[in-house]
Structures are given as C-alpha cells and as structure tokens.
Design a protein around this ligand. Structure first.
Ligand code: ADP
Length: 490
C-alpha cells in the first residue's frame, strides 16, 4: 500500500533499536519508521552517534557521508560526522561528536544517573538534526521529535533556527512525561533560542529550563503513546508537574497506542525460543515453560504457575507491590517467580533477599538479557505489570502475543490493551486502586483461574494471541496525523 507516497518524515530521538536502547522509546523509533515505509512514507531517523551505537551500525554496513556539520552552542563549535546505516530499508543517521557522544553510557555513566552536560549534548543534537536535511538535500514535510532529548527540535524549528526549513511542521511524541530534561537557566544560551522565551508559558518551568515543555509548547501537534495516557497527563496524578501545560495545549494533543514488532515477537518463529507455538497449537509453550524453569534453576513442574517480570527496576513499575504481595502465594506453592531486570539498588537488594528466602521458587536474574526476556515471555503463564503509571508499555503486548496472560494496573497503555477476563471476553487481569489489597486480590484471582479453570485460561490465551497490535496498523494513524498536518495530497 502506498497511499502516503511522497510524504517525507524525519524522526529525531535519543535512541533506536538495534543501535541503542534504554527503554521502550528505542523500540518505537526502531519500528515505526519501518512500518511507515511500508505505507509509502519516506521515513528516516536521526539519533546521536554514541560509541556503542556506531559499533553496532558498523557491523550493519554503516558508511560515513562526506563532510561535517558544525554546530554552535554557547559560543563553542562542535563538529559532527554523519554516518548512515540502513535498518530494514530505513536510512538511520548517526550524528557523531567525539566530545559529546563517544562515551560508554547513553544519558549518564550509569542507568540511574545523568551526564552533567546533557543540556549541551541534546541542544547540539537537536540543532544537528535540523541541519541534517540541508546536509542531505532532503527536506522533510514533518519532523517527528520524540521525548525530552528531542524537545528543542519543535522550538528551534518554529523559531526559524537555521532558516532552512520554512514549510516543515513538527509532531512531538511524549513517551514518558516523568523524564523532562530539566536544566538550570544558564543553559538557555546553549539552545540558540531567544532569552525572551524563558518564561512560564514557554521554556521555563519552576525556575528551570525544561526541554520536554519546549516540545509540547512549540510543536504543531503532540501525541502520547496511548489514548488513556493522553487523558491521564492532563491531571495532577500523572502530569508530573506539567499537567497545566498539557491541559492548555490539549487542543493539539491526541493518543496513538504503540504497536509491537510482530516479526521479532512471534512465538511461531522466535529464534530465542527452544520450541515454537501458535494460538492453534500451544504445545510448544509447555516446552518453553519447562526450558525456562531449567534455565533459571527452578524445579521443572508443569502444573505450578510460572509468573514472569521483565522490567526496569524503578518505582514506576510497582516492583515494591510485587515484593510485598508474593510471599503467601509462593509459600503456598501456587507460583514460581522469575524476575529479569536492573535498576534501583534497594529494589535489587530486596529481590535478592526474596530469592534468598525462596531459592526453589524465585529466580532474580540481574541485568539486561534480550534472549531471556523472550524466553520469560514464552515460558511464563502470567506476567506482572503493576505500574503506578505506564505511558504505553510494550511487555504486556509481548505477553498477549505469547499467550502469557498479563496482570496489569488499569492505567495508560495497559488500560488500552488489556481487558479483564471477568468481562467474559478478556485477555488478562486488571486492578485499579494502587494498594496492596487490590493487587493481592487480583493475583489470587489470576492464580485461581490458572489452577482450577484451565479451559477458561486457554480461551483467554487464544484471545490474547489473536489481537492485532502490529505497527502496520499503528503506522496508519501516524501517517494520517502527518497528512492532516501537512495536507500532502494522497
Ligand atoms: P519502559 O520503556 O518504561 O522501560 P516498556 O514496557 O515500554 O517499558 O519497554 C521495555 C522494553 O525493555 C521491553 O522491550 C522489554 O522487554 C525491555 N526490557 C526491560 N528490561 C529488560 C531486561 N532486563 N532485559 C531485557 N529486556 C528488557
């Protein structure tokens, strides 16, 4: 289908798979442009040329384009090389700068810390991304900027920075409003924007320069990664201090629920799995379960519910609820727990402690492991995501596709994608109020259904596996949004 042929879109983001990933943002920026290409859109991507990203790109046949970009920030010039690599037919440009991006970390030396010069790093990146079209002699109709790392892009574009893209419109997508990119006011001089914009209606937020706010205020359209999240961030509980800003720009805000990569996450072909299966024949899933139990050192029991968690270990994800709730169910022999993740030291310590107390029923695998993440999705019966907030969430959709029923808090994208089995047509379990009582009750209900109603369970599994959360479908919504913004003829 090529009904959007002729539309040119440049995605600007801090990360994209397979080059660099710290969270779901990278999955989106990796997959959406490919799906847009499938619709005929000429979609391209700009990301910073981090040391690790360049290494990955090199293995994929990256080439350096002739010439350099020279970007000024606060009186200092930075020279950026432009490397191009094709990812599933999409040109991805890595903007490389020795002093800013040739480091071991992405946003900081560790996942839980920031580099002190992030304002400079991402101001230079935003300017370089807007200089890229001139460098390539390829002018996009829309610049699609993602999250705070690209928040200055709509502001620079609207204020005519570089004076090279007068007709280009901007779409800004909020993947997580909790991360805003806030810096002290003197960093304004790095942005190249006029000091007059440093006021509470534009770039300033409670005495700080706020990159995410810049994106929201200056973009032509704003989207969030689920419909419910677009509503939630207009309120105090989810707005992380920006709810007032979001509300006053609600006229240009909408939600488009993320998709997942149906090729990478396909239980009938997934190369990470020991056996394959589909909604027609689930027998391979039993083999995946047995293999997972063996891999993580838990007793190979086909009847006990294996409960999986793959997550950044941060407050957002409600890991503390899991820690507080599971003991009685583990002691009663009703579940095994497999947790894969890394993050806040106190959560890691408590997970180690839980494992120490129930060595034969709990495995905590510390770190990042793509293959194991796939095998947990396939080998588990139930998957937990009791998130305090969840802009979209990908893991619950992976779980659905792998026939692993997700148990989620009814918020953000979790509410958009998981329907409680209590409705009779559901594909998982949901709970509302964020308290132990509600979480524990729904866990009890889920384990009960697993134990006593296997036919019901299988029906829910089949419904879960047949839902279409593909990027192909989601890309249509974005393409329509671009078209509305630009009125490019179809
Ligand atoms: P977030 O972006 O808030 O981290 P999402 O559910 O949207 O949450 O996306 C998380 C992504 O990161 C998923 O693709 C998930 O599989 C992956 N992931 C998170 N932690 C790990 C880990 N320790 N090992 C492998 N993959 C992980």
């Amino acid at each position: 289908m090529d009904s959007y042929r002729g539309l040119r879109v440049l995605h600007v983001a801090g990360e994209a798979v397979p080059m660099v990933k710290t969270g779901g943002l990278a999955d989106v920026v990796g997959a959406l442009p490919v799906a847009l290409n499938g619709l005929g859109v000429d979609a391209r991507v700009a990301i910073p040329g981090y040391r690790h990203a360049l290494r990955v790109a090199e293995e994929m046949g990256m080439r350096w384009l002739p010439g350099n970009l020279t970007i000024e920030a606060g009186g200092m010039d930075h020279s950026l090389g432009v490397a191009e690599v094709m990812v599933s037919g999409v040109p991805v440009y890595l903007l490389a700068c020795e002093e800013l991006f040739a480091r071991d970390g992405v946003y900081g030396p560790t996942p839980a810390s920031d580099y002190e010069d992030n304002a400079r790093r991402y101001a230079v990146f935003a300017k370089a991304a807007l200089a890229l079209p001139g460098f390539l002699t390829w002018v996009p109709h829309v610049v699609h900027a993602h999250d705070w790392q690209a928040g200055l892009v709509p502001a620079l574009l609207q204020r005519g920075w570089g004076r090279s893209l007068p007709a280009t419109r901007s779409l800004f997508t909020i993947h997580n409003i909790a991360y805003q990119g806030t810096f002290w006011h003197w960093d304004m001089k790095l942005t190249g924007l006029n000091w007059s914009l440093y006021n509470p209606l534009q770039l300033e937020h409670f005495g700080k320069l706020n990159f995410l706010k810049a994106g929201v205020v200056f973009a032509d359209r704003v989207t969030t990664v689920s419909q419910r999240y677009a509503q939630e961030i207009q309120g105090e509980d989810f707005g992380y201090g920006l709810d007032g800003v979001i509300t006053s720009h609600a006229y240009k805000l909408s939600g488009i629920t993320n998709g997942i990569d149906h090729e990478i996450w396909d239980p009938s072909t997934d190369p990470h799995l020991p056996a394959h299966y589909s909604h027609r024949d689930l027998s391979g899933k039993r083999i995946c379960k047995q293999h997972l139990q063996r891999e993580v050192g838990l007793p190979e029991d086909p009847n006990i519910a294996v409960v999986g968690v793959v997550s950044r270990l941060v407050e957002q994800k409600g890991i503390d609820f899991i820690l507080d709730a599971v003991d009685p169910y583990i002691l009663a022999g009703r579940m095994q727990l497999v947790v894969l993740g890394a993050g806040e030291p106190h959560l890691e310590a408590q997970l180690r402690n839980l494992q120490g107390r129930h060595a034969d029923r709990v495995c905590f695998w510390h770190g990042y492991n793509e293959g194991l993440a796939h095998r947990i999705e396939a080998g588990s019966d139930l998957f937990l995501m009791p998130s305090r907030f969840e802009p979209c969430g990908l893991n619950q959709m992976y779980s659905l596709r792998y026939g692993t029923l997700p148990l989620v808090r009814y918020t953000g994208g979790l509410a958009d994608t998981v329907i409680d089995v209590a409705s009779g047509e559901g594909n998982g379990f949901t709970f509302g109020p964020m308290d132990m009582g509600h979480f524990s009750a729904v866990l009890d209900r889920a384990l009960g259904l697993y134990q006593y109603f296997p036919k019901e369970w299988q029906r829910a599994q089949r419904r879960a596996m047949q839902a279409d959360h593909s990027w192909a479908r989601v890309a249509m919504d974005y393409a329509e949004c671009y078209r509305e913004m630009t009125w490019v003829e179809r």
